[in-house]
Write a protein that binds this ligand. Structure first.
Ligand code: LLP
Length: 419
């Protein structure tokens, strides 16, 4: 079931605080994360797998790279899946040890590869081209490859990554050749990686992925390469609708580890969940600023648009929305919830049955933690919003709201244009 919240005198309570208090104190829009939920989610996924195999969780930090959130995960003992030098540097800044960070880039430039090598983190190679280019920078280091397993999964076409012909990874037909070449070049092959996609809700594709990986691990073993770890990527789905079933993590852990234990000698499994760890730990608070009866539709106009949360506009993703100021009141009308961006595609939700909503009410967008803030933008010259951390009834700012002036800081107006 989707995570839901309790009411405190008719106001939604989150992490032990009324959402209206948080909105008054920090302003809107703002993302609010419940620290305890991040910890619980991390422990759930770690415990599910570690009962069967030596397990490492590498949080896919693209979901949210706030330094405070990374610090919570550092305390939990998490490693990191990083996809850019920016993410690598941010995680090092948060104190994550470099041995626990794995860089998995795609279409990586030589410049970035150099900086990643200098940072000392593990490198997971995406192509034969990247292997040859890395060899010109440094050899003698451990490497793994991302394989395209020919198995895909995801909440939509834009986020499926493991299918045949995908832009990611070395095709499974070429993967043994890639490892042999890496060995020839003087690298130490230590693991194998795949990521089938994001937000799929069934366990099946992970089992298929595991079978493909197991077969490759054995082919490599026959060629004299015994790998230390298998990394199955991220992609554990979470429910976004109230009655949606949760993906069965226990079943996934049991079945996936069984494939590796029955069929291979590999001892360690790595997972890279992003969404599972942060999605339901965070809500987006946005204030109703305008109500409109457009004859055929009623609108709740809010101060967060697709500059703040792009998932509905970009993927048609569903995010459950409630009126936090009138929490638990019966719905009286169908509303569209739309933001301040000057485009028709700027909406957070269509046709939602909600109580009579007034200007000033605090609307709550659920499951906003994964790819919420991290995909936000300055479109329409709107400053990036604030992020707040709530822990057992106490709230702290973990990112200041940006100012308009800060958006000018990298712009240069040539002298001849200044008179
Ligand atoms: N590992 C790799 C190599 C990945 O590319 C990704 C996500 C993950 C792990 C984490 O996947 P997760 O556990 O979060 O599903 N912006 C989209 C999602 C894009 C995911 C990209 N890669 C969204 O908002 O749904």
């Amino acid at each position: 079931m989707m995570r839901d919240f309790s009411s405190d005198e008719g106001i939604m309570s989150f992490g032990g605080m009324k959402v209206t208090e948080i909105a008054d104190r920090f302003g809107t829009p703002c993302y609010v994360t419940d620290e305890q939920r991040v910890r619980e989610n991390y422990r759930n996924v770690y415990n599910a797998f570690s009962q069967y195999m030596d397990t490492e969780i590498h949080y896919a930090c693209k979901a949210n790279t706030n330094l405070a959130i990374l610090s919570i995960l550092r305390q939990e003992g998490s490693g990191i899946d990083a996809v850019s030098i920016g993410e690598v540097k941010t995680c090092l800044k948060a104190g994550i040890p470099k041995e626990k960070i794995m860089y998995t880039g795609v279409n990586v430039s030589d410049q970035e590869l150099k900086e990643v090598v200098e940072s000392g983190v593990m490198i997971n190679l995406d192509s034969l081209s990247e292997l040859e280019r890395l060899a010109r920078i440094k050899t003698g280091i451990p490497v793994s490859f991302r394989v395209t397993p020919g198995v895909g999964s995801g909440h939509g076409d834009k986020v499926i990554t493991g299918n045949k012909g995908a832009k990611f990874g070395v095709p499974k037909e070429r993967i043994v050749e890639a490892y042999l070449r890496a060995q020839d070049l003087g690298f130490i092959p230590t693991g194998i990686h795949a990521h089938i996609g994001s937000g799929g809700q069934s366990v099946e594709p992970f089992i298929d992925e595991a079978s493909v990986l197991a077969e490759i691990i054995n082919q490599l073993s026959d060629a004299g390469m015994d790998l230390e770890f298998v990394d199955i990527g991220g992609g554990i789905g979470v429910p976004y609708k109230p009655n949606e079933e949760e993906m069965d993590l226990q079943e996934m852990a049991c079945e996936v580890t069984d494939v590796f234990q029955q069929e291979t000698d590999v001892k360690k499994i790595i997972l890279e969940p992003g969404r599972y760890i942060i999605c339901d730990a965070t809500i987006l608070l946005t204030r109703c600023v305008d109500v409109k009866d457009a004859v055929t539709k009623k609108y709740i106009g809010v101060d967060a648009g697709f500059n703040t949360l792009i998932r509905p506009a970009m993927y048609d993703s569903f995010h459950y929305i409630q009126n936090g100021s009138r929490f638990g009141k019966a719905g009286v009308a169908r509303y569209d919830i739309a933001g301040p961006i000057c485009e028709t595609g700027d909406y957070l939700g269509h046709d939602r049955v909600l109580p009579d909503t007034q200007e000033g009410d605090v609307m709550v967008v659920y499951n906003a933690g994964a790819y919420g803030f991290s995909m936000s933008s300055n479109y329409n010259s709107r400053p990036l919003c604030a992020e707040v951390l709530v822990n057992n009834g106490e709230a702290e700012l973990i990112r200041e709201r940006e100012t308009v002036e800060e958006q000018w800081r990298h712009q240069i107006v040539p002298g001849r244009l200044q008179d």
